[in-house]
Design a binder for this molecule. Structure first.
Ligand code: PRX
Length: 687
């Protein structure tokens, strides 16, 4: 299974497996690990003796102070590197400058607009980053931000977004980044929950040639927050007209103008909060997932290194080119999601491999934009989501074939299950039929990658996310914690890992209830104690080789284009519309997005549309309403009006039935408990 070969491939659907290529075959200098025995030994050691394993890894990073113990865990609370002090920004930037790599490029950015001379490109060295981050960190302090305050960041994909995150890390403030595609409402909810008094934003963001009015959304949110926000720092990016309040708003360039270039990295407790990142759950209220400094740093560093085979460049960078000579790593996510936090900013930067950030859409100005970027920047590791891959498949191979993608060494996939057809296309057309694909399973809550293959080690199977990463004790279990060695069940992690969430901000009960209240190991749950096993919220299958296959969420969360969306969130937005009395939202198969959003809606009698035209107009209005309230990603793909929702006699909505109807298939749900049988026919009848 682990011989290095590119020819030993089976193409039959049932048993397609691909052996890992030799480093030479993909143009890599070497694989950091290239044999299964080393992976197995390291994995066994990491799980059996995490103190030794992580203690050794952590020494590759900078700590102001050593730890008393590596890990202590009393469910659900973990303490990693107790007593130690460190700083994420120190490790991502200052450490490299101190080691003599100040001139090396740490961050490459490409803007979306393409002028006559091509797109705008910025390449920032570690020394420049250190200066820019320090000045902005000082500006944050001047704005009143102190250690452990929460700073809200709502920006487009510009270098200053990474700089703002690192500046928070530098002074020990926690950032709460809100995806720029979310609406004003989301800023209000998250800002209020985190009691954030400073918001960092841009006038606007470029997206597919248009301007997203970020500052206007912030203004709307700040008005609702009614005096809770002291300062809004605004980066000038798109030059659009914006509202301005002199007493509260300050331009980024003005804020940093008078600030000194130096700002010490705060010596932070390993368990100090690094950031909050809000994610959807099974209620209407997003959860502020809390991550802490030391463990998060170690896990994102370690996973980036081995999963992407990150090897820092040794050559002098060519400042005129202006790209580096060694690896160039590109993750196409937005920093507003956990993937961007861990694998655009912290993981690659801690490894001293240049990280590429692209501002805009994959099909602007043409459908070949990503491949044009790969070719021009000689990208070596490329990390994207299955949704993007399916879109490229649809747009046509000609956009790919006109580019030289020979620099690519490792391809990654994240965010949702990848269908084997998309996997094969990715490998064949982007990976030249040779690059290994790492399908990485993880979550906002896990902070970093948990299940994956390693590029030089493992045979890959299209559609499977592979095996547990170092330190990860993953299993499939029944509710009582009994392991199912082969077959389907609930995915769990049985031991603490360094970047595990440390809580839901301000809601300990929900933290325990959501993640630590399912597996009744040693009677924990029945006795009212938190379970020692973590509930991932995904169903999964494990095959005879120990490979995991994610089958989808086991809660009321759906994965739209690799982004998590709570059905309850969309439902509460729909019922907030005056025409809507009741709504039920479920996932449905979608050719590009993987999962689309289907909404079954009951209208108030006075809002019943008179004709077909009015039906369409109301559907459009509801889609716009949800888009305005949550963001475009939450807009339902299908809306069906119904007199009543299918419910059991006890009043529970029969969601499985709705999922079947939305997917256009026969239902497997027992409908004998359906209260009003005629509902079923009516639901099926309409478009
Ligand atoms: O359902 C799983 C799916 O995405 C969920 C986590 O979403 P989020 O917290 O937004 O983080 C996404 C980026 C890490 C998981 O519970 N998921 C993530 N990666 C995969 C996946 N499903 C299948 N295969 C994956 N590789």
């Amino acid at each position: 299974m682990t011989t290095h070969s590119t020819t030993n491939e089976s193409h039959t659907a049932a048993d397609r497996v691909f052996a890992p290529p030799a480093a030479d075959d993909v143009g890599a200098d070497r694989w950091l690990i290239d044999d299964a025995a080393t992976y197995e030994r390291m994995h066994a050691e990491s799980v059996a003796d995490p103190a030794t394993f992580y203690g050794t890894i952590a020494k590759e990073l900078h700590w102001f102070n050593d730890w008393d113990s590596v890990v202590e865990f009393e469910s659900p609370d973990a303490v990693w590197f107790k007593g130690a002090t460190t700083n994420l920004c120190q490790n991502c930037v200052d450490r490299h400058v101190a080691d003599g790599f100040g001139d090396e490029i740490g961050l490459i950015w490409e803007g979306e607009p393409v002028g006559t001379n091509g797109p705008e490109v910025r390449a920032l060295s570690y020394a420049e980053l250190q200066k820019d981050i320090s000045r902005f960190a000082n500006a944050l302090k001047t704005a009143g931000v102190r250690e452990s305050d929460v700073v809200t960041i709502y920006m487009g994909m510009v270098p200053e977004l990474a700089i703002a995150c690192l500046a928070c890390a530098r002074i020990g403030a926690a950032h709460s980044v809100i995806f720029g595609g979310f609406a004003a409402h989301s800023i209000v909810d998250r800002g209020k929950d985190a009691s954030s008094i400073v918001i960092v934003t841009c006038d606007g963001a470029w997206r597919r040639g248009s301007i997203v009015p970020l500052k206007a959304n912030v203004d709307e949110a700040v008005a609702v927050l009614d005096g809770a926000v002291d300062k809004v720092i605004c980066l000038k990016r798109t030059n659009n007209d914006i509202g301005w309040d002199d007493s509260r708003d300050i331009w980024w360039h003005v804020a940093v103008e008078a600030e000194p270039d130096e700002c010490p990295c705060a010596e932070l407790d390993s368990e100090a909060t690094a950031f909050l990142l809000y994610t959807s759950g099974s209620t209407g209220k997003p959860k502020g997932i809390k991550h802490t400094v030391g463990g998060y740093m170690v896990h994102t560093y370690l996973t980036s290194k081995y999963v992407f085979n990150m090897i820092p460049g040794l050559d002098e960078p060519n400042r005129d080119a202006p790209l580096p000579n060694g690896q160039v790593y590109w993750c196409t996510a937005d920093i507003g999601w956990i993937t961007g936090h861990s694998y655009i900013v912290y993981g690659p930067m801690a490894n001293r491999v240049p990280t590429l950030m692209y501002e805009g859409a994959p099909n602007f100005p043409e459908a070949d934009r990503f491949w044009d970027i790969v070719e021009r920047h000689k990208v070596t590791q490329f990390y994207t989501a299955p949704t993007a891959i399916r879109a490229f498949m649809k747009w046509g191979d000609e956009h790919v074939t006109k580019h030289d993608l020979s620099s690519l060494q490792v391809l990654g996939s994240v965010g949702e299950p990848i269908n084997p057809e998309a996997w094969m296309w990715y490998r064949t057309h982007i990976g030249r039929g040779v690059c290994p694909i790492v399908d990485t399973w993880w979550q906002t809550e896990t902070g970093g990658q948990m299940l994956t293959t390693l590029p030089g080690v493992h045979t890959t199977k299209p559609g499977s996310c592979g095996l547990p990463f170092f330190g990860v004790d993953a299993a499939i279990c029944e509710d009582d914690g009994t392991e199912i060695p082969e077959g389907s069940g609930l995915l769990t992690i049985r031991k603490p890992w360094p970047s595990m969430l440390r809580g839901i901000y301000g809601d300990r009960d929900r933290f325990i209830e959501t993640y630590w209240n399912t597996f009744d190991v040693d009677g924990a749950v029945s006795e009212g104690r938190p379970s020692p096993y973590y509930l991932a919220g995904d169903g999964a299958q494990r095959d005879a080789d120990g490979y995991f296959w994610i089958t989808g969420r086991s809660d009321d969360v759906i994965n739209v284009s690799g982004h998590r969306m709570g059905t309850a969130e969309v439902e509460s937005s729909l019922v907030a519309h005056p025409a809507v009395v009741e709504a039920a939202v479920v996932g449905m198969p979608h050719e590009i997005k993987g999962t689309g959003i289907a909404a079954f809606v009951t209208l108030s009698p006075e809002s019943a549309p008179a004709d077909k035209h009015a039906v369409e107009a109301l559907k459009k209005a509801l889609r716009t309403h949800v888009g305005d309230e949550i963001g475009a990603i939450a807009k339902p793909d299908l809306i069906r009006f119904t007199d009543a929702l299918p419910k059991t006699r006890s009043g529970k909505i029969m969601r499985r039935l709705l999922r079947d109807i939305a997917a256009g298939r026969e239902t497997s749900q027992d409908t004998t408990t359906l209260e009003d049988k005629s509902v079923l026919e009516k639901l099926r009848g309409e478009d």
